[in-house]
Write a protein that binds this ligand. Structure first.
Ligand code: UDX
Length: 443
């Protein structure tokens, strides 16, 4: 798959500085932990990577990286070959001899949208029994505002006087290695200035702005970043929706907004709603964090519900185009939450498929990197097969390869004529020229 090729791999930065080497323990070898470990290894630090999943650690020790992220396996292989990374299944062993400990354990969504901190607190309790000042304990996992005090209490209750530091990540899937090696900024929060300086110092060779602040501000910065971007996407979808009511073309409207440097062009592409492992969970968690403090974050509540409504709007477009969905066949192009990844977590494409199936239709889906096992969704291994016999074709993920297919090839195999482009990806004129009926968002 082209997006995994080494062409897309960012070059290794040669910032290896032996005299600045630290021993860094990273607890958690999931997505964030692996990318964090790779970033520090690439800066020349020695990594002690731990995960209680023995199979995952054994695979990593053999040089197998199960997470698809351009450049990740190459950096981990280089670190392994040069002996700069060791693997552990025991957290206590991993933190032994570490100058600094990073926690990158999961923070799943609890009932009611609030974040479940069980894994973070358990890890703090476990390692708190053996780490002490001046070794900082750095939480890389995303923890909501209002909770750092609780984390500090878990650490001290375990008998540790280690300083607690928050160092949120801003990694985008599919470009996480680029993001970790060339970040826009590093945010470090702690009540302990020396600990914050030590953690900031680890990132010094990156030469990027460092924001050193308190724990709550660091936690809020992460949520504010994701809430801002999610709000921006919701704004774009709201403008696209209104554009339909007035007969405007949202693509031209965005083209008219973007040159203004106060606005810019990123994160304004209308779509079926934001998805992925971060935005949906984090915006809900921010609202829940506000609720728990008696603070009604109305703006973000509206973002959450507007984003949910977007799925209904797209399904309504599909049924508007093909008629009642009962008994219909819908070809679905895309299952991943965005192009460039095989991740279907909180994927709007999958959510659309589930709704369409619930309305009585059959979905034939193709994605170059993702699949799902859900009743009513048939996975095919070719985009033309997804269109075969379909009453309507729905584009749900913006894989560039979908736009490269001659729409006449879809027209030749479809039963119906409707193409619903929920990513405004296809060339509208080419679709119409192929004898199909095109509907995008806001155009
Ligand atoms: C995001 C943040 O970008 C990252 O900083 C944070 O650490 C984790 O969450 P990611 O989940 O990888 O990263 O996805 P991103 O590329 O930001 O896209 C999020 C969602 O917005 C996707 O569903 C995507 O399709 C959608 N999107 C993005 C749009 O609909 N339109 C756009 O213009 C951009």
């Amino acid at each position: 798959m082209s997006w995994l090729s080494s062409d897309s791999m960012p070059p290794l930065t040669d910032t290896h500085t032996p005299d600045l080497q630290s021993n860094i323990a990273v607890i958690g070898a999931g997505y964030v932990g692996l990318v964090t470990a790779a970033g520090f290894a690439n800066l020349g630090h020695r990594i002690r990577l731990a995960d209680r999943d023995g199979d995952a650690i054994a695979a990593l020790a053999r040089g197998e990286v199960r997470i698809l992220e351009p450049g990740l396996s190459e950096i981990l292989a280089a670190a392994r070959d040069s002996g700069r990374i060791e693997f552990f299944t025991d957290n206590i062993e991993a933190v032994g001899g570490a100058d600094v400990v990073f926690l990158a354990v999961p923070t799943p969504e609890g009932s009611g949208g609030q974040v479940d901190l069980t894994f973070v607190e358990a890890a703090l309790t476990e390692i708190g029994a053996v780490v002490s000042a001046p070794t900082p304990v750095v939480v890389k996992s995303t923890v909501p505002p209002g909770t750092p005090g609780r984390l500090l209490r878990a650490l001290t209750a375990a008998g540790s006087n280690s300083p607690l530091v928050l160092n949120p990540e801003f990694l985008q899937e599919g470009r996480a290695i680029e993001d970790v090696m060339h970040p826009h900024r590093i945010v470090v929060g702690s009540a302990d200035r020396d600990a914050a300086a030590l953690v900031a110092g680890l990132h010094e060779p990156l030469g990027v702005p460092m924001i050193i602040t308190d724990l709550e501000s660091a936690a809020l910065t992460k949520y504010a970043a994701n809430a801002y971007l999610a709000t921006r996407l919701t704004f774009a979808n709201a403008i696209a929706h209104f554009a339909e009511s007035v007969g405007a073309d949202v693509s031209d409207v965005i083209a008219g907004l973007s040159p203004d440097p106060r606005i810019g062009g990123h994160y304004l592409q209308p779509g079926p709603g934001y998805g992925g492992s971060c935005f949906p969970k984090d915006v809900r968690a921010l609202v829940a964090a506000g609720d728990s403090l008696g603070h009604d974050l109305k703006l973000f509540r509206a973002v959450v519900s507007t984003n949910d409504d977007q799925l209904d709007r797209v399904v309504a477009k599909v049924s508007g185009a093909v008629g009642p969905l009962e008994g219909k066949v819908i070809g679905l192009l895309g299952l991943a939450f965005k192009a460039g990844t095989g991740d279907t977590r909180s994927s709007p494409a999958v959510a659309l498929a589930i709704r369409i199936v619930a309305a009585g239709a059959t979905v034939r889906a193709y994605d170059p990197a993702a699949e799902v096992d859900i009743d009513g969704i048939e996975i095919v291994d070719d985009p033309i097969e997804a269109a075969r016999g379909a009453d309507g074709l729905l584009v749900a993920t913006e894989w560039p390869e979908f736009a490269e297919i001659d729409p006449a090839r879809f027209a030749a195999v479809m039963r119906g004529r409707s193409v619903i482009d929920a990513r405004n990806l296809l060339d509208r004129d080419a679709v119409v020229a192929a004898g199909l009926e095109y509907q995008g968002l806001g155009r």
